[in-house]
Write a protein that binds this ligand. Structure first.
Ligand code: FES
Ligand SMILES: [Fe+2]
Length: 378
């Protein structure tokens, strides 16, 4: 009998075949994911260095919620629902820089820290400013958030485990990298006609890399991959000697992390942080991909690239940074094109007859099981 309900998916079958096709296509499951997977978890929404100046505002739509991240006057970050406290109009609809947020509907205005500032003609014909008392309960609704390696994570439900606890295994693994030195190179938006889980699964699939992205990785170096199982929410892959078995000795290289041990200067590691954060650490650069579902078969992504120091961000390395950006964006474009096609076949009725491979598919499969356990949790 074919399985059509999440409650009936058997973990053993997932070990062999991965999740059945319907979980990538069913509207009702997407509705459940909004709550069980996204709102209750620590989902990423973007990168702090995308907000460069005080007043920079970045709206994000992700799994049924509409948020704004704001760089405030003191240089700190705030995250709020992008929802006016009068009749819930959205306050901004694109990245912008503002001193105050003014609702387009009836012009209520809010400070960058979320406090209500003014509400025109609040008392009707009695023309006086809104009182402190009437303002007090009408500020923007804040969202619990944390910033780690420049990634902004949010917990919309407000009751997930503490972020430090959630990220600890990965934080400890990467303790020797001076991530506070990293400098933003570029952020690029993508859009795919694909379920968000297939985008995550693909990032955790080291098997396809030498075939789909032969420009970036040889099969010999891909064979050296180690699987990393760090927690119930974090998995990854490690190439101890990097993606290219013969590094181009002649080309100028971007500087590596300050103080990075000699034996780590070839190591690449990449991680899936449940549910939607894809994170790649190279000796000379960092890449994050924030995966943002906007419907069951539509996913936006923002790919952000950093280098490892002020020196690496200087004019001296402008060509190397451009080349890096070009390669990583070319790789992601190849993935997006593949994913758009995969959405059709991977959701077919025979997709539960696929055969995962012991040597390559264990990390992706672990992600499938994470999803299953959150969705089956009572
Ligand atoms: S909905 Fe924003 S001011 Fe009315
Ligand atoms: Fe890929």
């Amino acid at each position: 009998m074919r399985i059509t309900q999440v409650e009936n998916i058997d973990s053993e079958a997932v070990s062999k075949h991965g999740l059945p096709g319907f979980v990538f296509a069913e509207q009702t499951l997407y509705e459940q994911e909004k709550d069980n997977v996204f709102a209750k978890g620590w989902a990423s929404i973007g990168c702090a260095q995308q907000l460069k100046k005080p007043g920079d505002i970045m709206p994000v739509r992700i799994a049924g919620v509409s948020l704004i991240a704001i760089r405030n006057k003191d240089g700190g970050i705030g995250v709020f629902h992008n929802v006016c406290r009068h009749k819930s109009a959205p306050l901004v609809d694109g990245p912008c820089n503002k001193r105050t947020l003014v609702c387009p509907y009836h012009k209520w205005s809010f400070k960058l820290d979320g406090e209500l500032m003014g509400a025109p003609r609040f008392y009707g014909s009695e023309n006086k400013p809104i009182s402190a008392e009437d303002k007090a309960d009408k500020g923007l609704i804040p969202v619990r958030f944390a910033i780690w390696w420049d990634i902004i994570f949010v917990n919309v439900s407000g009751d997930a485990q503490p972020f430090e606890e959630f990220i600890k295994p990965l934080d400890e693994l990467l303790a020797e990298y001076p991530h506070q030195d990293m400098r933003h190179v570029s952020s690029t938006d993508y859009s795919g006609e694909v379920n968000w889980k297939l985008a995550v699964d693909n990032f955790l699939d080291g098997y396809h890399v030498p075939f789909v992205h032969s420009q970036a990785c040889s099969i010999e170096s891909a064979l050296g991959q180690d699987d990393l199982f760090l927690s119930d929410d974090i998995v990854g892959l490690r190439l101890p000697h990097g993606a290219s078995s013969k590094p181009a000795k002649t080309a100028k290289q971007l500087p590596h992390w300050n103080g990075l041990a000699e034996e780590k200067r070839g190591t690449q590691q990449w991680f899936g942080i449940f549910p939607n954060t894809l994170f790649f650490v190279d000796p000379c650069w960092v890449q994050t991909i924030v995966v943002k579902p906007t419907s069951v078969a539509k996913t936006d992504e923002t790919l952000t690239i950093y280098v490892t120091s002020d020196e690496a961000a200087s004019d001296e390395f402008v060509e190397e940074r451009t080349r890096l950006s070009d390669v990583l964006n070319e790789v992601n474009q190849q993935d997006i094109e593949l994913l758009d096609k995969l959405q059709h076949s991977r959701t077919s009725s025979v997709a539960d007859q696929g055969h995962l491979v012991q040597a390559w598919d264990q990390v992706g499969m672990a992600f499938h099981k994470m999803w299953l356990s959150k969705m089956q949790a009572k």
